[in-house]
Structures are given as C-alpha cells and as structure tokens.
Design a protein around this ligand. Structure first.
Ligand code: SF4
Length: 245
C-alpha cells in the first residue's frame, strides 16, 4: 500500500466513525486491503477497516472521541454529575460490557462499574478468565442520573451516539449488555430483560448477549447462575470464532 492509499484509508476510518477531523496522534499502520475499504456511511464503519486497523489507531480514535465529548452539557444529566464516566478498558477488546448509567461511586471516581455492582462484574470477568484491562466497559449514558433514576428516553437518545461510536471504534467480537435498559436500547425493543437474556441478538452485525445487571444480582443472588449460563455462551462463541479466552 502506498502513502496516498494509507492516508485515504485513515481518513475513511475516521470519517466512517463520525469524526470531522483527525486526532492529534494516529498511527499509519493500517492492515487494510484497499479492495475491502469501501465505506458505507449510512450503516456505520466498515468492519473490514475497523477490525483490521491497529490497536494504536483505535486507542487514538477513542481518545479523540473523549476530547470531542469534552465537558459535555448536551443533555440535562450534566447538571447533577460530578464526572463524566466515559468508559474504560482495552480499545481493541474482543468483549465489551455495556450497562445503563454510572451510579454514585462511578460518578465520584469517573470510572464505570466500581461500586458493589462493579465489583461483582469484575469477579464475573475474572471467572471468565479475563481481566478488566482486557475487555472494555461502558454505559448507555455517561453521566449519573439524579438519585440513580432510570435515564430518560431523550437523555439516552442524546448520549447513546457516543457509546455507538465507541462500539464502532472498538469493533468487539461480542457485546454483553447488562440489564434491561442497556439491552432494550441496543435491541430497540421493550421486551423485558427476563425474556431477552440468554439468547444472542445483533447490534450492527455484532452479536449481543443480554443478561441481568450486576446490581440486580446483588438484590437477587439466586439468579447469578443464569448470568453464568449466559456468559458461558459468550465464551463458547468466542472460542468458536477462534478467539482465545
Ligand atoms: S449523559 Fe451524555 S449527553 Fe448527557 S451530558 Fe452526560 S455525556 Fe453529555
């Protein structure tokens, strides 16, 4: 690939991910076959570009997205938050966990899933043979709703464009959606989580496994085995796709 093709590919990568300008730092180590580099601006990033680009480029794109969000006041959740909880983990993760919104502890620490429910999620990830650093963890909305109420439709509509872009940048093999709100938002449905969980759905061609939210499990520990059943299906699917777990 010559330099002009490299540059064209990089520009395509960032444009299809919704960026209007290039990040300050980016790598030119794309492993893209130019014949596969046709973009579809209406359906999102071309997976052949995103999945084959370097982890450095994904990291740079994630950092650029965080800069773009800035000190966001695009919805009313900005009014009561202490911190934006952007999400964290490996920008090149095979597995993404997506919850609904930060809670009190997350708001204080500006990190997702660090309270009691987060500790349970961390234990689950470790039981799967992974670490938090190997996966990516985010939420549908990035600011804590007052008194931990459910995020409202307009707040989710405004903020979920960012988690959508994180998904498109990271391009994971599988997403685990944690709880009703995350699952219903990604599936565009109102079907209860008890009926959604345990079966794979798709979000923009990425398999999604809905399961119960760790906060629900703290209140209903007898259902932990259902979540374990769900993540075992995730591990099997990753192994089938040739991914190490
Ligand atoms: S919830 Fe999202 S859209 Fe709303 S203020 Fe926070 S970062 Fe911005």
């Amino acid at each position: 690939m010559n330099i002009a093709e490299d540059i064209r590919t990089i520009l395509t990568f960032y444009r299809t991910l919704g960026f209007e300008r290039l990040p300050l730092k980016f790598s030119s180590k794309f492993e893209v076959q130019s014949s596969k580099a046709k973009e579809d601006e209406h359906s999102g990033a071309n997976p052949s570009i995103v999945t084959r680009c370097s982890s450095e480029d994904k990291k740079a794109a994630i950092e650029e997205l965080r800069r773009e969000i800035g000190d966001c006041d695009r919805c009313r959740l900005s009014e009561g938050r202490k911190n934006i909880v952007f999400g964290e983990g490996n920008p090149d993760a095979r597995l993404m966990f997506i919850g609904e919104a930060p809670g009190r502890e997350e708001d204080i620490q500006a990190r997702p899933f660090v309270g009691d429910a987060g500790k349970l999620l961390t234990r689950l990830i470790e039981k799967m043979g992974l670490s938090r650093e190997e996966v990516y963890i985010g939420n549908i909305v990035k600011c804590r709703p007052p008194q931990n109420r459910d995020p409202e439709e307009d707040e989710m509509a405004t903020c979920s464009v960012f988690i959508d872009r994180q998904i498109r940048i990271i391009s994971p093999k599988i997403i685990v959606s944690l709880g009703r709100i995350s699952s219903q938002t990604l599936m565009s449905t109102k079907v209860p989580i008890s009926k959604l969980r345990g079966r794979f759905f798709e979000y923009k061609d990425i398999p999604v496994m809905p399961t119960f939210h760790p906060a629900y499990l703290l209140r209903n520990p007898k259902d932990k085995w259902l979540v374990w059943e769900d993540v075992q299906k995730v591990m099997e699917r990753l192994k089938e796709s040739g991914e190490q777990i």
